[in-house]
Ligand binder design. Sequence first.
Ligand code: C2O
Ligand code: CU
Ligand code: CU
Length: 493
Amino acid sequence: MKRSIFIRGIGFVALNYSLHPLLTSCSKEGLMNPNEEDPNLNPDNSTNEYIDLDQSMLQDISINTFNLEVTKNQVSIFGNSIDAYTINGVVPSPTIKVASGETLSINFKNQIDAESIIHWHGLIVPPLMDGHPSLAIQPSDQYSYQYKINQRAGTYFYHSHTHGLTGKQVYLGMAGLFIVTDEEEKALNLPQGDFEIPLIIQDKVIVSNTIVYSPSQMDYRMLGYLGNTILINGVPNAYKKVKKTTYRFRILNGSNARIYQLVLGQNSPFTIIGSDGGLLESPATVTSALLGTGERLDILIDFSKIEQSEVVLYSDTTLLNLGGGVMAAGSSSQNTRFSLLKFEIENDTSISPYSIPNTLSHISYPDISQAQISRNITLNMLIGAGHAINSKQFNPNQVEFEIPQGSIELWTYTNSSNTAHPMHIHGVQFRVVSRSQSSVPPWETGLKDTVLVLPNEVVTVLIHFNAEPGLYLFHCHNLEHEDAGMMLNFTIV
Ligand code: C2O
Ligand code: CU
Ligand code: CU
């Protein structure tokens, strides 16, 4: 394995947790804080060297008829072994790239020792294609998906959706990007080829060079499973060589529970061009952007504007209130700062500058004045059972809402817990109308399928339900919350 000659300049040091007897797994393995330089205290990585992102296993699938075969494999990820659930042999799962309007035939083969099913997060597909957990297939069985891509270009996502096992199966590898292109987007000539980079951000618990998934009861009920090591496209300590020009990064938070706030070193600006459901109408330049689990961001970084020869992409949530339940007392494991990816900027001035278009797309969506139905959704706790929606937890035979096809609705989430919940709805793309603790940030002005609801926050979204009639889900995309039951059915009728 070829390694970078750069020794990491920013070390990690373990946070000092006050111990709660139920939280020993967190306290040993909490995320480390890179602000305090101590390169020796990232004990579970085999190397303190940076690894070139180009060495990731990411593979593309750009045909319309293909197999996705999941198998249990012992995989070595840069010196760390994992009993992975690989799809077509790789982790993360292959990146599917298709054009809007195409029809796909996908044969999902389950070769692991548990039931499983795949969901196409953000895609609007018929109910039998949506990967509802009731459709899960047994080991050695196959599920055949056939659907047309009936929506705009965007960075979507596919992953396991097996009830009670989604967290485990995603963590062990069953998650990948699903990129849809269309003519409107192509006409913009956004950075492409070597200048268009997918970034799947995941945090893993690595102990003695082994990647483990073993959440405790408390992880499930309160926090979700937080890791101590960041992988970008499966690569720990990742760096990427870039030229002095503008790059497009399609970023997926593919973590089970961790929320990231992206910032560049020296607070360098970057430009948001898209989110969950594709391009924004116009670009927005920011110095930070929040990314909950399951959410995507499409950003441009202009490295010609950065004077240093390197710049680090961090996550810095130290000043946010993301909650974290019991663990928040004495630690800040959801609220911390660490590096995600280091860019080394090559001093090549032969590249011509790129200018960002002023208009990116047109989003046609019903107006808020057309909303016919308002629903209140409370995110709360059931004593002893954990997080719930409207005081209920998932029951496969129970339907929370029957929604007439075509209905335009306002859903207001009220988070009465002290934990952030990224709330996802199947079968729709929606718009964020308002937040009680801030204005709607620039990266939430496009179409969304997942919205972060902070502790004690009230968030209203406008939703047009025009998918085919049948059974769908809405749930928290903290996967341990979801597996513990923070998920309800709705039907379109
Ligand atoms: Cu990405 Cu129902 O999930
Ligand atoms: Cu989904
Ligand atoms: Cu949640």
